[in-house]
Write a protein that binds this ligand. Structure first.
Ligand code: CP
Length: 310
């Protein structure tokens, strides 16, 4: 299979196992490219991409920009804070104004769930969801699986625990879809108030004790508590959260095997992970960031193949 089964990348939910395999195979090639002395290919010289960020981002925004440049695409960047959105312009008007400048692909991060889907129904461009509210963050889940595959050889059959604020996490939902599609066993761990009520219907387990979760898993994907998405208190204090669900070196060293530590960033050092864990040899956090560029190159390249470029 050389084509994705989808026209846009809105979420992992819409992908098939073959899509994931195609993206990973393509990313393997681009990872080799970005480690060459000349880290660039001319593949998308005729493609223009707009990066629309209505919410803050460091890794995703820079990673998409670099991926686009490595593919030789022309790019324009839009940040809501400095735009006419502040003057009341709608999302569709903003997108259509940008498209009239002959843009082929839109990469969008937005605080509202479903914003990427909504845009895909109203504008004539390929849409890549770079995170929509607490819904999906597909390229993060792809780079996470790619990093597990690179470290452990395969995702199939591996035991992955996702720890922390599952309720407000688009990374968690996209990871659950991606990991289940590849045949991993998935458990969630965190305060019950931060676990969505019906999440086990997606075929994932729940473990309240962080020690038991770590003893069970091959990989721990640790998430940040998203205070900015909380309108009520979900646990008594950050100190207590850290005591119950934080991972420190003493806890990690007391586990009878060497598990892999992941985190999508940004890390709250000293809250969900201590620095000596985040920076330990068990951590693949910076490999995740590196792999993000190859994965985003693959996604953009594969979607661009569907555009009529004559
Ligand atoms: N992992 C991630 O989405 O990070 P940013 O919010 O910095 O893009």
């Amino acid at each position: 299979m050389n084509n994705l089964s989808v026209d846009n990348l809105l979420g992992i939910k819409h992908l098939k196992k073959n899509d994931l395999e195609l993206i990973f195979k393509t990313a393997d090639h681009f990872k080799e490219v970005i480690n060459r002395p000349i880290k660039k290919v001319p593949s998308l010289r005729d493609i223009t991409i707009a990066n629309l960020f209505f919410e803050n981002s460091t890794r995703t925004k820079l990673s998409f920009e670099l991926a686009e440049k490595r593919l030789s695409a022309d790019i324009i960047n839009f940040s809501a804070a400095q735009s006419s959105v502040k003057k009341g312009e709608t999302l569709i008007d903003t997108a259509n104004n940008i498209l009239s400048m002959k843009v082929d692909i839109i990469v969008m991060r937005h605080p509202n769930e479903g914003a990427a889907y909504f845009l895909s129904k109203h504008v004539d461009a390929k849409i890549i969801n770079a995170g929509d509210g607490a819904h999906e963050h597909p390229t993060q889940a792809l780079l996470d699986s790619f990093s597990i595959r690179e470290k452990l050889g395969t995702v199939k059959g591996k035991k992955i625990v996702i720890i922390g604020d599952i309720l407000h996490s688009r990374v968690a939902l996209s990871n659950i879809y991606a990991l289940k599609l590849q045949g991993a066993e998935v458990k969630l761990c965190g305060p019950t108030t931060l676990i969505p009520k019906h999440i086990t219907q997606l075929g994932v387990g729940y473990e309240k004790s962080i020690r038991k979760a770590l003893e069970w898993c091959d990989v721990a994907n640790v998430l940040r508590v998203q205070h900015e998405r909380m309108d009520i208190k979900y646990f008594p204090s950050v100190r207590e959260y850290t005591q119950m669900y934080g991972i420190n070196k003493e806890l990690l060293d007391s586990i009878d095997k060497e598990i892999v530590i992941m985190h999508p960033g940004p890390i709250n050092r000293g809250v969900e992970l201590t620095s000596d864990v985040a920076d330990s040899k068990q951590s693949i956090i910076l490999h995740q960031v590196e792999n993000g560029v190859a994965i985003r190159m693959a996604v953009i390249y594969l979607l661009a193949q569907q555009i009529n470029r004559n």
